[in-house]
Design a protein around this ligand. Structure first.
Ligand code: PXP
Length: 240
């Protein structure tokens, strides 16, 4: 059963645009769980332009499913927050400063020593680690060498090619997932997954454990309502 983790950052973006507490981000996390999501994801950035560090602490208190915090582990503030909050999973993303959204996976070979160290730190704190990677065999091999628990396949390339040629779009992801399985790595995926491309992805990727979805799900919420949107995404995963 592939798990759906709802990324609630966009609720925070909307809240911050007016300075008050509407929409209430903590309620958005509670409701995601009530509507059937298997987890909640947040992606705090140092400028706190969407999710704030205090949101991360408050969500920890209400989480009944799986809590995933993703972000740039080169930021000491991020490391400290994750070690304090102790989510079930941390997803390490090689963001640069001021980056609009994540747009590439780790070079797991070039950053081997760095990653091995930081992964050890989180694992010793009892936090499962996932590494954001492109679907490139060498990067999957490198991920196994640094002892991560899981990888998160960066799915933007899949999503952008899907409308013109879905078979071609998914091919590198199938190969990457097979390699990850051989190496004993768990497999997550995320970025630009939506109601059109999710089912094909989830039903073709061997060993897929979890997808994290934010932007499209929140856009669909505007038209369909939050509960409907969460349940429609769950249905694409064949679990609802
Ligand atoms: N995974 C990572 C590492 C991300 O940075 C994001 C976006 O915050 C997502 C998944 C979710 O992508 P989207 O918002 O396009 O669903």
């Amino acid at each position: 059963m592939v798990k759906l983790s709802v990324n609630i950052n966009k609720f925070a973006t909307l809240r911050n645009s007016r300075g008050g507490n509407n929409p209430d981000v903590i309620k958005a996390a509670i409701d995601a769980q009530m509507f059937g999501a298997d987890g909640v994801t947040i992606h705090p950035r140092p400028d706190e332009r969407h999710i704030r560090y205090n949101d991360a602490r408050a969500i920890k208190k209400i989480i009944t499913t799986e809590y995933n915090i993703e972000g740039n582990s080169r930021e000491q503030k991020f490391i400290d927050l994750v070690l304090e909050v102790k989510p079930h999973q941390v997803t390490l993303v090689p963001d640069s400063d001021g980056q609009l959204t994540s747009d590439h996976g780790w070079d797991t070979l070039k950053n081997k020593d760095y990653l091995a160290n930081i992964i050890k730190t989180f694992k010793e704190a009892g936090i499962r680690v996932s590494l954001f990677v492109d679907p490139v065999i060498e990067m999957i091999d490198g991920a196994a060498l640094v002892d991560t628990d899981r990888i998160e396949l960066y799915t933007e390339a899949y999503a952008s090619r899907f409308p013109s040629n879905k078979e071609q779009a998914i091919e590198p992801y199938i190969k990457a997932a097979k390699r990850a399985e051989e190496l004993g790595l768990g497999i997550n995926a995320g970025h630009d997954l939506d109601l059109d491309n999710l089912r094909y992805f989830a039903s073709n990727i061997p060993g897929l454990m979890e997808v994290s979805i934010g932007h499209a799900l929140v856009c669909d919420t505007l038209y369909l309502g939050y509960e409907n949107a969460v349940q429609l995404y769950k249905r694409q995963l064949g679990t609802h």
